[in-house]
Ligand binder design. Structure first.
Ligand SMILES: CC(=O)N[C@H]1[C@@H](OP(=O)(O)OP(=O)(O)OC[C@H]2O[C@@H](n3ccc(=O)[nH]c3=O)[C@H](O)[C@@H]2O)O[C@H](CO)[C@@H](O)[C@@H]1O
Length: 357
Protein backbone atom coordinates (compact mmCIF):
# COMPACT_ATOMS: atom_id res chain seq x y z
CA UNK A 1 0.00 0.00 0.00
CA UNK A 2 1.29 3.48 -0.86
CA UNK A 3 1.50 6.14 1.81
CA UNK A 4 1.32 9.89 1.28
CA UNK A 5 2.11 12.62 3.80
CA UNK A 6 0.21 15.85 3.13
CA UNK A 7 1.14 19.24 4.53
CA UNK A 8 0.03 22.85 4.22
CA UNK A 9 -1.84 25.36 6.32
CA UNK A 10 -2.25 28.78 7.83
CA UNK A 11 -5.28 29.72 5.71
CA UNK A 12 -8.09 27.76 4.07
CA UNK A 13 -6.48 28.46 0.70
CA UNK A 14 -3.50 26.30 1.70
CA UNK A 15 -5.61 23.30 2.67
CA UNK A 16 -8.29 23.15 -0.05
CA UNK A 17 -6.23 21.17 -2.59
CA UNK A 18 -5.14 18.65 0.03
CA UNK A 19 -8.76 18.07 1.06
CA UNK A 20 -9.81 17.60 -2.56
CA UNK A 21 -7.08 14.97 -3.08
CA UNK A 22 -7.99 12.83 -0.03
CA UNK A 23 -10.90 10.94 -1.75
CA UNK A 24 -8.64 10.21 -4.76
CA UNK A 25 -5.99 8.63 -2.51
CA UNK A 26 -8.68 6.71 -0.64
CA UNK A 27 -10.03 5.31 -3.93
CA UNK A 28 -6.57 3.86 -4.72
CA UNK A 29 -6.23 2.43 -1.21
CA UNK A 30 -3.42 4.81 -0.17
CA UNK A 31 -2.95 5.64 3.48
CA UNK A 32 -2.94 9.38 4.20
CA UNK A 33 -1.17 11.31 6.98
CA UNK A 34 -1.19 15.07 7.51
CA UNK A 35 1.35 17.31 9.22
CA UNK A 36 -0.03 20.67 10.29
CA UNK A 37 0.27 23.08 13.17
CA UNK A 38 -1.25 22.71 16.63
CA UNK A 39 -3.76 25.54 16.29
CA UNK A 40 -4.03 26.28 12.56
CA UNK A 41 -7.20 26.14 10.47
CA UNK A 42 -5.82 22.96 8.83
CA UNK A 43 -6.41 21.01 12.05
CA UNK A 44 -10.14 21.83 12.06
CA UNK A 45 -10.50 21.23 8.33
CA UNK A 46 -8.78 17.83 8.41
CA UNK A 47 -10.58 16.65 11.61
CA UNK A 48 -13.74 15.32 9.85
CA UNK A 49 -11.52 12.94 7.81
CA UNK A 50 -11.25 10.24 10.45
CA UNK A 51 -8.99 7.99 8.38
CA UNK A 52 -6.32 10.71 8.05
CA UNK A 53 -3.74 10.62 10.85
CA UNK A 54 -2.99 14.22 11.90
CA UNK A 55 0.37 15.14 13.43
CA UNK A 56 1.15 18.60 14.73
CA UNK A 57 4.53 20.29 14.80
CA UNK A 58 5.87 23.56 16.16
CA UNK A 59 5.66 26.44 13.68
CA UNK A 60 7.24 29.87 13.51
CA UNK A 61 6.24 32.54 11.08
CA UNK A 62 8.83 33.23 8.43
CA UNK A 63 8.40 36.95 8.72
CA UNK A 64 9.26 39.39 6.00
CA UNK A 65 9.53 42.20 8.51
CA UNK A 66 11.51 42.79 11.71
CA UNK A 67 9.80 42.21 14.98
CA UNK A 68 10.69 40.85 18.42
CA UNK A 69 9.02 37.51 17.52
CA UNK A 70 11.74 37.12 14.90
CA UNK A 71 14.11 36.21 17.71
CA UNK A 72 12.04 33.18 18.74
CA UNK A 73 10.83 32.01 15.36
CA UNK A 74 14.04 30.38 14.08
CA UNK A 75 14.03 28.15 17.17
CA UNK A 76 10.40 27.19 16.60
CA UNK A 77 11.12 26.40 12.95
CA UNK A 78 14.19 24.33 13.92
CA UNK A 79 12.08 22.41 16.45
CA UNK A 80 9.47 21.89 13.69
CA UNK A 81 12.13 20.43 11.36
CA UNK A 82 13.25 18.02 14.07
CA UNK A 83 9.65 16.95 14.82
CA UNK A 84 8.78 16.57 11.12
CA UNK A 85 11.97 14.54 10.53
CA UNK A 86 10.98 12.15 13.33
CA UNK A 87 7.35 11.81 12.24
CA UNK A 88 8.41 11.07 8.65
CA UNK A 89 11.04 8.57 9.78
CA UNK A 90 8.41 6.76 11.87
CA UNK A 91 5.49 6.88 9.38
CA UNK A 92 7.67 6.17 6.32
CA UNK A 93 5.56 7.86 3.61
CA UNK A 94 6.47 7.11 -0.01
CA UNK A 95 5.94 10.72 -0.99
CA UNK A 96 5.20 14.13 0.59
CA UNK A 97 2.76 16.56 -1.04
CA UNK A 98 3.09 20.15 0.14
CA UNK A 99 0.57 22.91 -0.43
CA UNK A 100 2.57 25.74 1.14
CA UNK A 101 2.09 27.93 4.19
CA UNK A 102 4.63 28.29 7.00
CA UNK A 103 4.00 24.85 8.46
CA UNK A 104 5.08 23.15 5.23
CA UNK A 105 8.74 24.27 5.24
CA UNK A 106 9.93 22.06 8.14
CA UNK A 107 7.99 19.14 6.65
CA UNK A 108 9.65 19.49 3.25
CA UNK A 109 13.10 19.73 4.87
CA UNK A 110 12.27 16.73 7.11
CA UNK A 111 11.23 14.74 4.02
CA UNK A 112 14.44 15.64 2.21
CA UNK A 113 16.50 14.52 5.23
CA UNK A 114 14.66 11.18 5.08
CA UNK A 115 15.14 10.98 1.28
CA UNK A 116 11.40 11.00 0.67
CA UNK A 117 10.41 12.68 -2.64
CA UNK A 118 8.46 15.95 -2.38
CA UNK A 119 5.90 17.43 -4.77
CA UNK A 120 4.81 21.05 -4.21
CA UNK A 121 1.68 22.83 -5.37
CA UNK A 122 1.48 26.61 -5.79
CA UNK A 123 -1.94 28.29 -6.01
CA UNK A 124 -0.83 31.84 -6.78
CA UNK A 125 0.75 33.33 -9.86
CA UNK A 126 4.08 33.82 -8.07
CA UNK A 127 5.36 31.36 -5.45
CA UNK A 128 4.89 32.36 -1.81
CA UNK A 129 7.80 32.64 0.63
CA UNK A 130 7.22 29.18 2.13
CA UNK A 131 7.18 27.51 -1.28
CA UNK A 132 10.21 29.48 -2.47
CA UNK A 133 12.17 28.14 0.51
CA UNK A 134 10.87 24.63 -0.11
CA UNK A 135 11.39 24.43 -3.90
CA UNK A 136 15.12 23.43 -3.77
CA UNK A 137 14.08 20.31 -1.79
CA UNK A 138 11.28 19.33 -4.18
CA UNK A 139 11.16 17.14 -7.24
CA UNK A 140 8.38 19.07 -8.99
CA UNK A 141 6.34 22.23 -8.49
CA UNK A 142 2.76 22.09 -9.80
CA UNK A 143 1.35 25.45 -10.86
CA UNK A 144 -2.17 26.80 -11.14
CA UNK A 145 -1.39 29.63 -13.57
CA UNK A 146 0.61 28.93 -16.76
CA UNK A 147 2.54 32.19 -16.20
CA UNK A 148 4.10 30.81 -12.98
CA UNK A 149 6.58 28.76 -15.00
CA UNK A 150 8.49 31.97 -15.74
CA UNK A 151 9.21 32.32 -12.01
CA UNK A 152 10.52 28.78 -11.57
CA UNK A 153 13.35 26.51 -12.56
CA UNK A 154 11.96 25.16 -15.87
CA UNK A 155 12.90 21.56 -15.11
CA UNK A 156 10.67 21.49 -12.03
CA UNK A 157 7.55 23.38 -13.15
CA UNK A 158 4.40 21.44 -14.13
CA UNK A 159 1.34 23.47 -15.14
CA UNK A 160 -1.70 21.54 -13.88
CA UNK A 161 -4.37 24.25 -13.44
CA UNK A 162 -6.67 24.81 -10.48
CA UNK A 163 -8.34 22.28 -8.26
CA UNK A 164 -11.98 23.14 -7.63
CA UNK A 165 -13.86 21.20 -4.97
CA UNK A 166 -16.47 18.97 -6.65
CA UNK A 167 -19.26 19.81 -4.21
CA UNK A 168 -19.28 23.45 -5.32
CA UNK A 169 -20.95 22.50 -8.59
CA UNK A 170 -23.75 20.71 -6.73
CA UNK A 171 -25.35 23.81 -5.18
CA UNK A 172 -29.04 24.66 -5.59
CA UNK A 173 -30.08 28.30 -5.93
CA UNK A 174 -33.45 27.61 -4.32
CA UNK A 175 -31.82 26.35 -1.12
CA UNK A 176 -29.56 29.42 -1.12
CA UNK A 177 -32.61 31.68 -1.34
CA UNK A 178 -34.28 29.89 1.56
CA UNK A 179 -31.15 30.19 3.68
CA UNK A 180 -30.94 33.94 3.03
CA UNK A 181 -34.71 34.48 3.02
CA UNK A 182 -34.43 36.24 -0.34
CA UNK A 183 -37.91 36.56 -1.81
CA UNK A 184 -37.45 39.43 -4.25
CA UNK A 185 -36.79 38.98 -7.98
CA UNK A 186 -33.75 41.26 -7.74
CA UNK A 187 -30.27 39.91 -8.65
CA UNK A 188 -28.04 38.50 -5.93
CA UNK A 189 -24.62 39.95 -5.12
CA UNK A 190 -22.28 37.66 -3.15
CA UNK A 191 -19.50 39.38 -1.19
CA UNK A 192 -16.64 37.17 -0.05
CA UNK A 193 -13.50 38.51 1.63
CA UNK A 194 -11.38 35.34 1.47
CA UNK A 195 -11.17 32.76 4.22
CA UNK A 196 -10.34 35.39 6.84
CA UNK A 197 -12.75 38.13 5.72
CA UNK A 198 -11.67 41.57 4.52
CA UNK A 199 -12.13 44.49 6.89
CA UNK A 200 -11.65 47.23 4.29
CA UNK A 201 -14.17 45.67 1.90
CA UNK A 202 -16.63 45.23 4.79
CA UNK A 203 -16.36 48.92 5.76
CA UNK A 204 -16.80 50.12 2.18
CA UNK A 205 -19.77 47.81 1.62
CA UNK A 206 -21.36 49.28 4.73
CA UNK A 207 -21.00 52.78 3.27
CA UNK A 208 -22.25 51.66 -0.17
CA UNK A 209 -25.19 49.54 1.03
CA UNK A 210 -27.74 52.32 0.50
CA UNK A 211 -27.01 52.25 -3.26
CA UNK A 212 -26.39 48.50 -3.48
CA UNK A 213 -29.71 47.65 -1.80
CA UNK A 214 -31.60 49.46 -4.58
CA UNK A 215 -30.40 46.97 -7.17
CA UNK A 216 -29.30 43.81 -5.38
CA UNK A 217 -30.12 41.34 -2.66
CA UNK A 218 -26.79 40.98 -0.86
CA UNK A 219 -25.24 37.98 0.89
CA UNK A 220 -22.04 38.94 2.68
CA UNK A 221 -19.42 36.51 4.06
CA UNK A 222 -17.72 38.89 6.49
CA UNK A 223 -15.07 36.73 8.21
CA UNK A 224 -14.86 35.56 11.81
CA UNK A 225 -15.96 38.20 14.34
CA UNK A 226 -16.60 40.73 11.59
CA UNK A 227 -20.40 40.75 11.25
CA UNK A 228 -21.51 44.33 11.97
CA UNK A 229 -25.00 44.28 13.57
CA UNK A 230 -25.50 47.96 12.71
CA UNK A 231 -25.75 47.12 8.97
CA UNK A 232 -29.45 46.36 8.58
CA UNK A 233 -31.35 46.11 5.30
CA UNK A 234 -34.30 43.82 4.52
CA UNK A 235 -32.40 41.91 1.81
CA UNK A 236 -28.91 41.98 3.31
CA UNK A 237 -27.73 38.71 4.88
CA UNK A 238 -24.35 38.65 6.64
CA UNK A 239 -22.57 35.48 7.76
CA UNK A 240 -19.16 35.02 9.36
CA UNK A 241 -18.26 32.02 7.17
CA UNK A 242 -20.20 29.34 5.31
CA UNK A 243 -19.08 25.74 4.82
CA UNK A 244 -21.74 23.25 3.71
CA UNK A 245 -24.11 25.99 2.52
CA UNK A 246 -21.54 27.74 0.30
CA UNK A 247 -22.42 25.76 -2.88
CA UNK A 248 -26.10 26.82 -2.58
CA UNK A 249 -25.18 30.46 -2.03
CA UNK A 250 -22.81 30.37 -5.02
CA UNK A 251 -25.51 28.81 -7.19
CA UNK A 252 -27.85 31.68 -6.30
CA UNK A 253 -25.31 34.49 -6.89
CA UNK A 254 -25.47 36.54 -10.12
CA UNK A 255 -22.21 38.40 -9.53
CA UNK A 256 -19.45 38.33 -6.92
CA UNK A 257 -17.32 40.90 -5.11
CA UNK A 258 -14.19 39.27 -3.71
CA UNK A 259 -10.53 39.43 -2.75
CA UNK A 260 -8.28 37.75 -5.33
CA UNK A 261 -7.22 34.62 -3.42
CA UNK A 262 -6.42 31.94 -5.96
CA UNK A 263 -8.85 29.25 -4.80
CA UNK A 264 -11.79 31.63 -4.63
CA UNK A 265 -11.30 33.14 -8.08
CA UNK A 266 -10.92 29.76 -9.80
CA UNK A 267 -14.08 28.60 -8.01
CA UNK A 268 -15.98 31.61 -9.40
CA UNK A 269 -14.49 30.97 -12.85
CA UNK A 270 -15.60 27.34 -12.87
CA UNK A 271 -19.14 28.41 -11.90
CA UNK A 272 -19.10 31.28 -14.46
CA UNK A 273 -19.72 34.04 -11.94
CA UNK A 274 -18.71 37.51 -13.18
CA UNK A 275 -16.45 39.00 -10.50
CA UNK A 276 -15.21 42.33 -9.23
CA UNK A 277 -11.85 41.70 -7.51
CA UNK A 278 -10.26 43.93 -4.89
CA UNK A 279 -6.81 42.34 -4.43
CA UNK A 280 -4.85 42.55 -1.17
CA UNK A 281 -2.26 45.31 -1.49
CA UNK A 282 1.52 44.75 -1.54
CA UNK A 283 1.67 45.87 2.08
CA UNK A 284 -1.04 43.42 3.21
CA UNK A 285 0.37 40.48 1.28
CA UNK A 286 3.27 40.15 -1.16
CA UNK A 287 1.42 41.38 -4.23
CA UNK A 288 0.35 37.86 -5.27
CA UNK A 289 -3.33 38.79 -5.38
CA UNK A 290 -2.59 41.81 -7.60
CA UNK A 291 -0.99 39.45 -10.14
CA UNK A 292 -3.78 36.84 -9.81
CA UNK A 293 -6.37 39.56 -10.49
CA UNK A 294 -4.38 41.03 -13.39
CA UNK A 295 -4.16 37.64 -15.09
CA UNK A 296 -7.96 37.20 -14.78
CA UNK A 297 -8.57 40.76 -16.03
CA UNK A 298 -6.45 40.12 -19.13
CA UNK A 299 -8.55 37.02 -19.85
CA UNK A 300 -11.72 39.10 -19.49
CA UNK A 301 -13.05 37.17 -16.47
CA UNK A 302 -13.22 40.05 -13.99
CA UNK A 303 -13.09 43.74 -13.28
CA UNK A 304 -10.40 44.90 -10.86
CA UNK A 305 -10.73 47.72 -8.32
CA UNK A 306 -7.54 48.51 -6.40
CA UNK A 307 -8.10 49.09 -2.68
CA UNK A 308 -6.58 52.59 -2.92
CA UNK A 309 -9.31 53.55 -5.44
CA UNK A 310 -12.16 51.92 -3.52
CA UNK A 311 -14.81 54.26 -2.13
CA UNK A 312 -18.53 53.65 -1.58
CA UNK A 313 -19.23 55.20 -4.98
CA UNK A 314 -16.48 53.55 -7.04
CA UNK A 315 -17.49 50.23 -5.52
CA UNK A 316 -21.20 50.62 -6.32
CA UNK A 317 -20.43 51.97 -9.84
CA UNK A 318 -18.10 49.07 -10.61
CA UNK A 319 -20.66 46.52 -9.39
CA UNK A 320 -23.46 48.08 -11.44
CA UNK A 321 -21.20 48.07 -14.53
CA UNK A 322 -20.22 44.46 -13.92
CA UNK A 323 -23.84 43.39 -13.59
CA UNK A 324 -24.83 45.23 -16.78
CA UNK A 325 -22.11 43.42 -18.77
CA UNK A 326 -22.53 40.05 -17.04
CA UNK A 327 -23.37 38.15 -20.24
CA UNK A 328 -20.08 39.19 -21.90
CA UNK A 329 -18.14 38.01 -18.83
CA UNK A 330 -20.03 34.72 -18.76
CA UNK A 331 -19.42 33.96 -22.41
CA UNK A 332 -15.66 34.57 -22.02
CA UNK A 333 -15.63 32.27 -18.99
CA UNK A 334 -17.44 29.59 -21.06
CA UNK A 335 -14.33 29.50 -23.30
CA UNK A 336 -12.03 28.60 -20.39
CA UNK A 337 -10.96 25.01 -20.62
CA UNK A 338 -10.99 23.36 -17.20
CA UNK A 339 -8.09 20.90 -16.99
CA UNK A 340 -8.35 17.56 -15.22
CA UNK A 341 -6.16 18.97 -12.46
CA UNK A 342 -6.93 16.57 -9.66
CA UNK A 343 -6.09 13.55 -11.82
CA UNK A 344 -2.86 15.13 -13.07
CA UNK A 345 -1.78 15.93 -9.52
CA UNK A 346 -2.53 12.40 -8.40
CA UNK A 347 -0.53 10.93 -11.29
CA UNK A 348 2.48 13.16 -10.51
CA UNK A 349 2.37 12.20 -6.84
CA UNK A 350 2.01 8.54 -7.77
CA UNK A 351 4.98 8.71 -10.14
CA UNK A 352 7.13 10.34 -7.46
CA UNK A 353 6.24 7.74 -4.81
CA UNK A 354 8.94 5.17 -4.20
CA UNK A 355 6.55 2.32 -4.96
CA UNK A 356 4.53 3.47 -7.97
CA UNK A 357 1.38 1.54 -8.70
C1 LIG B 1 -4.54 36.74 3.50
C2 LIG B 1 -3.82 35.75 2.65
O1 LIG B 1 -2.69 35.39 2.91
N1 LIG B 1 -4.49 35.27 1.60
C3 LIG B 1 -3.95 34.21 0.76
C4 LIG B 1 -4.71 32.93 1.06
O2 LIG B 1 -6.05 33.34 0.92
P1 LIG B 1 -7.37 32.60 1.35
O3 LIG B 1 -7.15 31.49 2.31
O4 LIG B 1 -8.37 33.62 1.66
O5 LIG B 1 -7.56 31.91 -0.02
P2 LIG B 1 -8.45 31.58 -1.17
O6 LIG B 1 -9.29 32.66 -1.69
O7 LIG B 1 -7.46 30.97 -2.10
O8 LIG B 1 -9.38 30.43 -0.55
C5 LIG B 1 -10.41 30.67 0.34
C6 LIG B 1 -11.22 29.39 0.42
O9 LIG B 1 -12.14 29.54 1.49
C7 LIG B 1 -13.45 29.18 1.03
N2 LIG B 1 -14.44 29.90 1.81
C8 LIG B 1 -14.35 31.25 2.00
C9 LIG B 1 -15.33 31.92 2.73
C10 LIG B 1 -16.39 31.17 3.28
O10 LIG B 1 -17.30 31.68 3.97
N3 LIG B 1 -16.43 29.82 3.07
C11 LIG B 1 -15.48 29.16 2.35
O11 LIG B 1 -15.56 27.94 2.17
C12 LIG B 1 -13.43 29.54 -0.45
O12 LIG B 1 -14.45 28.85 -1.14
C13 LIG B 1 -12.01 29.15 -0.86
O13 LIG B 1 -11.94 27.79 -1.20
O14 LIG B 1 -4.29 31.88 0.19
C14 LIG B 1 -4.46 32.15 -1.21
C15 LIG B 1 -3.98 30.92 -1.99
O15 LIG B 1 -2.62 30.68 -1.74
C16 LIG B 1 -3.71 33.42 -1.61
O16 LIG B 1 -4.03 33.71 -2.98
C17 LIG B 1 -4.13 34.57 -0.72
O17 LIG B 1 -3.38 35.72 -1.03
Amino acid sequence: MNKVMLTGGGSAGHVTVNLALIPRFRKEGWSVDYIGSENGIEKQLVAPHEDVAYHSISTGKLRRYLDIQNMKDPFKVAKGVFQAYRIIRRRKPDVVFSKGGFVSVPVVVGAWMNRVPVIIHESDLTPGLANRLAIPFARAVCTTFPETEQHLDKGKARYVGAVVREELAKGRAERGRMLCEFTRQKPVLLIMGGSLGARKINETVKAAMGRLAERFQVVHLCGKGQVDPSVRYPFYRPFEYLSDELPDVLAMADIVLSRAGSNSIFEFLSLKKPMLLVPLTKEQSRGDQILNAESFRKSGFCEVLQEADMTADTLADSLFRLYDSREAYRSRMEQYEQKDTLEQLFRLIQAAAKKPG
